[in-house]
Write a protein that binds this ligand. Structure first.
Ligand code: SF4
Length: 395
């Protein structure tokens, strides 16, 4: 990581608290306190292609920015596309290895590599434009032009900690903020975003995330120049500035609420949040909410809690009995309903593995595709033991 005249707060664990508030843990806690509590239980995490793309792009930008080119001919062209392709290819392979090492993952989509390449190229073009270089053909970028980009980079990929250790944030890029004439007027905190851009303005959560980075930097750099903060969305190559009051006081207040307790935090089931929650197999509350109709049942893709009736491991055919909640804590009772399912790829392997381990308890089926009386489970689905967690398992 490059760093010039920027303080990052205490390192090497000095004064770091047992738990810290980051923008993502803050958002998770606000979405559903139980979701945050479960995320801290060291349960197996899930990875999908958006994370792979994001990591590959971020790590590639970091590597490209860190290469020292001072001994190269400043008029040299056509080096950037080759260098970025090599670096991205290495990071893609690393991310692929991590992906398949993780037990919980979606299907691997090799075409996503094109999205990562496009994202990286656009991130580089955005960096170039920040340095007032508006050439859009990366093969025409000279070493001399790139040196100008390196001159505006104060730091990339740095972890900031508040001096008290309670707040932490990972910053993608800290750049010199230049006026029209190229004079430095301050710093810009940049967060690279490879996901879907906002329609108009940044969402409240992203806006607060960016201000969190800005305010944390201010906290540990009392003699800072003026600081702005922007989200750079690579997909539409647009920079969105986050403006607003300091979030520091709210962040410290939030830190005081997230200390883990033995008992689970309150669950607040909501359609969208539960839909994307990776901890459903450990949370009884969404299941109760589906059955008391607080949450809607979807027509095409459904999560279920079931017991296995039959399983043809060779053919990938199974029949399941639907279970219903018995009380509020994840206990189950039989329903009269059952369904047949075709299993393939990841789902089939997961059920085979559970059988081989001798597991015969209830199952959580994530994202079954409903087609009339039958269901399909494939790479988009997952099969896990139903395991409601009612006490912390952290030591
Ligand atoms: S499934 Fe819903 S209620 Fe349960 S932890 Fe996740 S977000 Fe909260």
């Amino acid at each position: 990581m490059e760093e010039r005249g920027v303080d990052w707060g205490p390192s090497n664990g000095y004064e770091i608290q047992e738990y810290q508030l980051s923008p993502s843990s803050w958002n998770r806690f606000e979405e559903c306190p139980r979701k945050y509590w479960l995320s801290r239980q060291r349960l197996p995490k899930k990875i999908g292609m958006p994370i792979v793309i994001g990591n590959a792009v971020h790590n590639s930008v970091e590597d490209i920015c860190n290469i020292d080119m001072s001994d190269r001919d400043i008029s040299e062209k056509e080096w950037l596309p080759k260098l970025s392709a090599e670096i991205l290819s290495n990071h893609w392979q690393l991310q692929k290895d991590i992906f398949f090492e993780m037990k919980r993952h979606s299907g691997w989509k090799k075409n996503s590599y094109n999205k990562a390449r496009e994202g990286l190229n656009k991130a580089l073009l955005m960096l170039l434009s920040q340095a007032k270089i508006l050439e859009v053909d990366l093969s025409k970028i000279t070493i001399g032009m790139w040196n100008k980009v390196r001159e505006i980079i104060l730091a990339n990929e740095g972890t900031m900690n508040s001096n008290c250790g309670k707040l932490m944030g990972r910053l993608d890029l800290l750049l010199k903020d230049l006026d029209q004439d190229g004079n430095q007027i301050g710093w810009i905190v940049v967060d690279l975003k490879t996901g879907r851009p906002p329609k108009d303005n940044l969402s409240e959560t992203v806006n607060r995330q960016l201000r969190f980075y800005r305010d944390l930097l201010i906290l540990i750099n009392p003699n800072h120049p003026p600081i702005r903060t922007e989200g750079w969305y690579t997909s539409n190559q647009t920079m969105y500035e986050a403006i607003g009051d300091s979030v520091t006081k709210d962040a410290f207040d939030a830190w005081a609420s997230i200390e883990l307790t033995e008992d689970p935090f309150q669950a607040t089931p909501q359609e969208f949040v539960c839909g994307f929650c990776e901890w459903k197999a450990w949370c009884p509350k969404w299941f109760v909410a589906v059955h008391d109709e607080t949450l809607k049942r979807h027509k095409t893709f459904n999560d279920e809690v079931v017991t296995l009736i039959n399983f043809d491991s060779e053919e990938g055919l199974a029949s399941f009995k639907l279970m219903i909640p018995d009380g509020l804590d994840g206990e189950l009772r039989d329903s009269e309903k059952s369904f047949g399912a075709f299993l393939s790829n990841q789902s089939l392997n997961q059920l085979r593995e559970l059988q081989n381990m001798g597991y015969d308890g209830p199952l959580f089926l994530g994202s079954t595709r409903v087609d009339g009386e039958v269901r399909y489970l494939g790479d988009w689905s997952e099969i896990l033991p139903w395991n409601p967690l009612l006490k912390s398992i952290r030591q």
